[in-house]
Design a binder for this molecule. Sequence first.
Ligand code: ZN
Length: 210
Amino acid sequence: MAAEVTGIAVPAESNTLRAEEERLRGMLEERLGIRTRVASLPGTRALLVSPISAGSPKGLIVDRSVSAAERISLYVHLAAHIALKHDLPLITIVESRGDVTSGDENKHRDADRLARAMWWGTSARADGRELWPGRRSRVLRPLLASRPGRIGVRVLLLVLRRLYYAARARRFLEDTVVARSLRDALCVTAVVCAAPELAAGQAGPDHSTA
Ligand SMILES: [Zn+2]
């Protein structure tokens, strides 16, 4: 997994993105028994530590430099690791910043593939659908498949957001389907820009067994 540098002047993390990260972090604890905390992890983005007994909570430690969008992408990736039963007792799953050179490369690749299906709500696995609330976005998914598409959509959405505030449209559109769709599209786009491996164009079959 590697963040994509889009060359766009990305504004400070939006409240929407932070709120979504918080919501998904809560869901991770509720559905998967994962407790998250932040620490300094030089060279590593996150560690998932599994306890010796099945009922105890797992510990997710995320590096403090990881953005909200990237944290969301890590959550879906780790949910995929768990669906694939990589979280064996006392095993630590390491999400490094560079290329994985250990024998775990295949596990991370499999998790990426399943995470992509879980993210877009196309996982054929029942546990994949249970573990993650997928977004069935027929419009955004093809648009975000390529790097130029991601950059174009991001710029367009940021311009729309600026207009939304500049034109004081917020007064009329707050809590409407327009505002919700814009917020949702901004979140999905920010996460896929931070984690291009979630883009639909990166082909690979979903693991539909089990
Ligand atoms: Zn991984």
